[in-house]
Design a protein around this ligand. Structure first.
Ligand code: SPD
Length: 365
């Protein structure tokens, strides 16, 4: 029996190789950011197509990139940010998209497609899923208790001024565990370009973190959602939609904990998260079906309504809850948008320098 099964498998693989068509069982393996999909999206897709989805999550580009560059990630669909995409495209990590298999592409927002094409000319390998900013999530009541009514919650001074961080230590501070996002934030605060490759300037940015390191509770890129919501920390540098999820959870839990999100007036990082098919994906046709499904206005609007991030689908906008569309954290004003900078795409060598420095920051020595 076993032998027969193996022979059949071998024959179908040989057949697939001969026709150039990749094998597609009724399975799909997706690797997405944590807290980045509606609770029933995958089930809806499975019910409509009969395809079984294995859905895994990560919480940093660094983690995703390590898997992709090691080769044979085992995934059919992944979600890198635009700042990492360009390098990965050049490294040949992704398949060129056959847009004839994506009839719902027409629903995507042309302005956002154009912005995203800066990392992937002609949007040849990926489409934008969600976008957002990296700002400050905070508990206004606790921050006020510690720093008074004039606490600079609209400025990076809130955290980068050691005298503020020292006081906020009492109620808990967290930063994203991502050197490629946090070091540019410090460079920007210090008045340097966010894509500054000067090692002395990068060292200054690390030194800024070292000064406040004793006041930081932890560095993590997803744990702050629940910690903000249940009052375990009072300030988190985090992703816009994740902070809005913390706010929603706190409200659902009775509203005792209040959470706000601010995009600091000095400016903050912005990102697009992009959906792409790895070169060695085993279930390419199913990946196209899932991509096309995610481009459906009803599907993507439902995701935004659950996770609080703005999607890149123009046709979905009328279906997005008014509360989200009018939230300046999800949909900032034009004025605020003008203060956002794109998280820079750093050469691998500079990325390594940042990662080494960041390890020292986390260790505090
Ligand atoms: N929980 C989902 C977080 C998604 C954040 N992606 C951001 C990447 C920033 N470069």
């Amino acid at each position: 029996m076993k032998m027969f099964g193996r022979t059949l498998l071998t024959l179908s693989l040989l057949g697939a190789m001969a026709t150039g068509v990749q094998a597609n069982d009724k399975v799909l393996r997706v690797y997405n950011w944590s807290d980045y999909i509606a609770p029933d999206t995958v089930k809806k897709f499975e019910d409509e197509t009969g395809i079984q989805v294995t859905y895994d999550v990560f919480d940093s580009n660094e983690t995703l990139e390590a898997r992709l560059l090691a080769g044979k990630s085992g995934y059919d669909l992944v979600v890198p940010s635009n700042s990492f995409l360009a390098k990965q495209v050049k490294a040949g990590v992704y398949q060129t998209l056959d847009k004839s298999k994506l009839p719902n592409w027409k629903n995507l927002n042309p302005v956002l497609l154009k912005n995203a094409s800066a990392s992937d000319p002609d949007n040849a390998h990926a489409f934008p899923y969600m976008w957002g900013s990296i700002g400050i999530g905070f508990n206004p009541e606790k921050v006020k208790e510690v720093l008074g009514a004039n606490a600079p919650t609209n400025s990076w001074d809130l955290l980068f001024k050691p005298q503020n961080a020292e006081k906020l230590k009492a109620c808990g501070i967290s930063f994203l565990d991502s050197p490629t996002e946090m070091i540019p934030a410090a460079l920007h605060y210090l008045g340097y370009p966010v894509n500054d490759q000067d090692k002395a300037h990068i060292a200054e940015a690390e030194a800024l973190f070292m000064k406040i390191r004793p006041s930081v509770s932890y560095f993590h890129s997803s744990k702050y959602i629940s910690d903000l919501a249940n009052g375990n920390i009072c300030v988190a540098v985090g992703y816009s939609g994740d902070v809005l999820q913390a706010k929603a959870r706190a409200q659902e839990a009775g509203g005792k904990v209040k959470i706000d999100y601010s995009i600091p007036k000095e400016g903050a990082g912005s990102f697009y998260d992009m959906v792409a098919i790895p070169r060695d994906a085993a279930n390419v046709e199913n990946a196209y079906l899932f991509m096309n499904f995610l481009m459906r206005p009803d599907v993507i609007a439902d995701i935004t309504n659950n996770i609080g991030y703005s999607n890149a689908n123009a046709a979905a906008t009328p279906l997005v809850d008014e509360a989200i569309r009018s939230d300046p954290g999800s949909y900032p004003s034009q004025e605020v948008m003008a203060t956002l900078y794109a998280i820079p795409d750093m050469p691998i060598g500079v990325q390594r320098v940042m990662t080494r420095g960041w390890t020292k920051v986390k260790l505090g020595k």
